[in-house]
Design a protein around this ligand. Sequence first.
Ligand code: SAM
Length: 215
Amino acid sequence: MSLAAAEVDRLQAFAALLLEANKHVNLTSARTLEAIWGHIEDSLSVAPYLAEGELIDVGSGGGFPAIPLAIVSGVRITLVEAIGKKAAFLRAALDELGLAGEVVVGRAESVGHAPAQRERYATATARAVASAPAVLEMTLPLLRVGGRAVLQRGRLDEAERRAVEAAAPMLGGAAPREQLLAGERRLLVVEKSAPTPVRFPRRVGVPERKPLCFT
Ligand code: SAM
């Protein structure tokens, strides 16, 4: 995608913040600006799929993909991160970069039941967090009906693909669409077509331990 000079400057500022903070907190495996730029480009592959309205990112770690997406789109972001030190970095990065949004420290399974968060967002993202059906269970409850989950995935084996296809309607999602990117990278896009039943997400840890429909 073509970026304005001001967007490139802010993306570079984010990369520099992340590189510096990564010396003290394990935020990313990337150890050079070039490697971080690779993650930024990967994050921006989601940009064409953003729905109109607020975005929530689950398992944000060092801020991929939500912070690059906020820089290029101006969308307000909510970052959900379980680890306090990573959440502290994310808060500092939002402040430093002047981005609109908030950081929620906690597990997505709990956040998905918080009245202020549930069924609120237009777009939900997750990159490198858990298996596809587990991430679907963590993200769909956070979306309003008409919203969209955009999940960055690598290789997807048949069992995982079948699990996502079967789990989506249980969670209020339409049939998943797969958008192939370079190499083994892909986006799984799931539109939310109905409210998520209140029993989802299941208790903390259960979506990862027992992913829906995964046999
Ligand atoms: N999304 C970032 C990226 O692509 O670089 C971080 C990926 S990192 C491998 C996974 C992150 O998700 C970790 O920071 C971890 O603490 C967080 N995480 C894992 N399970 C979570 C959950 N259930 N709720 C909130 N955060 C979670």
